[in-house]
Design a protein around this ligand. Structure first.
Ligand code: GDP
Length: 164
């Protein structure tokens, strides 16, 4: 956004992908948890010039109509993948594909974190990008970043974000 405006980021991924760990790395400030009545948890953090909403996707089809409203006027979509959990690559790819078809996310830049790179079984980011067919996305900027939220390595994205 323009100067003085808050950058609105949503951080999504399957459960256990490492979203909470990553969030703690990205935001130095305390994370507040909001529990809306609809029955799903959204963690929300305000930090220096950005607001970040984070939640699990997958297995949540029933509540999807409710979380959609949190997608409005998103500036950046961050999607986190457990690079070592090959059993769930198809599931996470499917979820991402559905997400990027959401009307409210049309054209929104996508940053994929290929997380858990510290594990020896982790697939390289390039392989994950190919599995997700990221190169077929024509309507948005995208980037994939290998990282370990656990060690902090690779967490600082090279997108024009200021999170320090
Ligand atoms: P969430 O469900 O997506 O919020 O995932 P969490 O942040 O709660 O992480 C799920 C599990 O994965 C926890 O046991 C984390 O310690 C672990 N984890 C998260 N990031 C990494 C990472 O980069 N490397 C490793 N080895 N474990 C991680």
């Amino acid at each position: 956004g323009s100067p003085g405006q808050e950058l609105r980021i949503v951080l999504l991924g399957l459960d256990n992908a490492g979203k909470t760990t990553l969030l703690k790395r990205l935001a130095s400030e305390e994370v507040s948890t909001i529990t809306p009545t609809q029955g799903f948890n959204i963690k929300s953090v305000h930090s220096h010039g950005f607001k970040l909403n984070i939640w699990d996707i997958g297995g949540q089809r029933a509540v999807r109509p409710y979380w959609r409203k949190y997608l409005g006027s998103t500036d950046l979509l961050i999607y986190v993948i457990d690079s070592a959990d090959q059993k769930r690559f198809e599931e996470t790819g499917q979820e991402l594909a559905e997400l990027t078809e959401e009307e409210s996310l049309m054209g929104v830049p996508l940053l994929v974190f290929a997380n858990k790179q510290d594990l020896v079984t982790a697939a390289p980011a390039a392989e994950i990008a190919e599995g997700l067919s990221l190169h077929t996305y024509r309507d948005r900027e995208w980037q994939i970043q290998a990282c370990s939220a656990l060690s902090g390595e690779g967490v600082q994205p090279s997108l024009p974000l200021r999170m320090e």
